[in-house]
Design a protein around this ligand. Structure first.
Ligand code: KIV
Length: 255
């Protein structure tokens, strides 16, 4: 039902999505988002891994269990990490594990034609799947936007149609050229969710840590809405000052 409602937003209202990795943050996002993704971006954002390829299934599950506690109304999607969906059987075992342990609503997999049969099989077993095309962090060495070459554009569009045919309920389009995002969004019936893919998509997703300025990154597709690093710094500086000057704790903070 939640997924049907989500799909129905296409052509009616822009879809708001964010990646989050823990309960307290997720509970705030839940008031504003249609979809919350436990993204494997947590590998670089939280664990300083060189790539998302190092993220394990257990790490995804533990963070997702935390996020689940904060999400009441949004659709909750969990990334299947690298090397957990190399064939239909492996994908099914791992997707079932993610869903049963985290109670998420769906899983997200990166890729097009290569994972067609895998996606189709998951859906056959009633596991809702979100697709992910364009820049694919699990399989790429360099992070360049996609869709300049005609062959690349044709392939991404064809993959989007294939994923739709396999039964995904939505597709993330990461770092693709503006007119390609427009074309895909027009050509498919399910919502496209863009990150670095222009406002031609049906919705947008960002990593929360990036948009609040907690993560120290500067990339073109992120707009910083806040400077949380500065706010934390101010609070911690005041706390440190108070402790050193014996202004904290006071009697009212003591038993
Ligand atoms: O891992 C992630 O957070 C993602 C989004 C950026 C789409 O895949």
């Amino acid at each position: 039902m939640k997924i049907k409602k989500f799909i129905n937003k296409k052509n009616k209202t822009k879809i708001v999505a964010l990646s989050a990795y823990s309960k307290n943050i997720a509970s705030v996002l839940d008031n504003y988002c249609d979809l919350i993704l436990v993204g494997d971006s947590l590998g670089s954002v939280l664990y300083n891994y060189k790539s998302t390829r190092e993220v394990s299934l257990n790490t995804m599950i533990e963070h997702s269990k935390s996020v689940r506690m904060g999400v009441k109304k949004s659709l909750m999607v969990v990334d299947m990490p690298h090397n957990t969906y190399r064939d239909p059987k492996e994908a099914l075992i791992n997707a079932k594990k993610i869903i049963s342990k985290t109670k998420c609503d769906a899983v997200k997999l990166e890729g097009g034609q290569k994972i067609y049969k895998i996606v189709k099989n998951l859906i056959k077993y009633n596991i809702p799947v979100m697709g992910h095309l364009g820049l694919l962090p699990q399989s790429e060495k360099t992070f360049k936007f996609k869709g300049q070459k005609k062959s690349e554009r044709d392939k991404i569009l064809q993959d989007a149609k294939l994923l739709q045919d396999a039964g995904v309920f939505s597709i993330v389009l990461e770092c693709i050229e503006t007119s390609l995002a427009k074309l895909i969004t027009k050509e498919i019936k399910i919502p496209t969710i863009g990150i670095g893919a222009s406002n031609n998509c049906d919705g947008q997703i960002l990593v929360l840590d990036d948009l609040i300025g907690l993560n120290n990154i500067n990339v073109r597709f992120v707009k910083k809405y806040s400077n949380v690093r500065r706010e934390i710094s101010k609070a911690v500086a005041s706390y440190a000052y108070d402790v050193r000057k014996k202004k904290f704790p006071l009697k009212k903070h003591s038993y």
